[in-house]
Design a protein around this ligand. Structure first.
Ligand code: FES
Length: 170
């Protein structure tokens, strides 16, 4: 049985604990930020990389893929280069392949004389459609999805896990 003094002590302890807890929540959130927050953001969806009229028919063209705005927990960077793709136009159709070698990530070149893609690092080569021809790469070049908005060529840029046979987006 609590007397009046005991009851006041208990009430003080409960109210004090509640106030401390209320003050601790924002302090803890401040200290652990950005844990459990979405810290990387920026443009999602298709990115414009070229105009259809600027692409020669039947010859691959390497173009950079740039995002107009990227941000993380502490900074914001306009116009970040995400990578590059090889665009191949055939009439009004455009296909894209990632310019990143699926072996260890070097930048793949196009050998116009041989009509195939070649990686300068460990001599992997790929057919015009990206299929693996020779070398240590365990799969063909990675296709990137393309959309046309009028004559604007847009790509859904992706990166894939390197040096495995399966195509796994990261
Ligand atoms: S990185 Fe291209 S063949 Fe090794």
């Amino acid at each position: 049985m609590l007397n009046r003094r005991g009851l006041l002590k208990l009430a003080s302890a409960i109210i004090g604990g509640a106030i401390t807890a209320a003050m601790a929540v924002p302090a803890v959130r401040y200290l652990v930020f950005p844990v459990r927050e979405r810290i990387v953001g920026g443009t999602t969806g298709p990115l414009a990389v070229a105009d259809l009229h600027d692409l020669p028919d039947g010859t691959p063209v390497r173009v950079p893929v740039r995002a107009p705005d990227q941000r993380d927990a502490w900074s914001r960077s306009p116009l970040v280069t995400l990578g590059a793709v090889w665009l191949l136009r055939k009439g009004d159709t455009v296909t894209a392949l990632s310019a990143t070698c699926p072996h260890l990530g070097c930048s793949v070149d196009f050998d116009a004389g041989a009509g195939q893609y070649r990686c300068p690092c460990h001599t992997s080569s790929f057919a015009l459609d990206g299929a693996r021809s020779t070398g240590p790469a365990k799969r063909g070049m990675d296709p990137i999805s393309v959309k046309l908005d009028g004559t604007r060529v847009l790509v859904e840029f992706r990166r894939f896990t390197l040096d495995i046979a399966a195509r796994v987006a990261v």
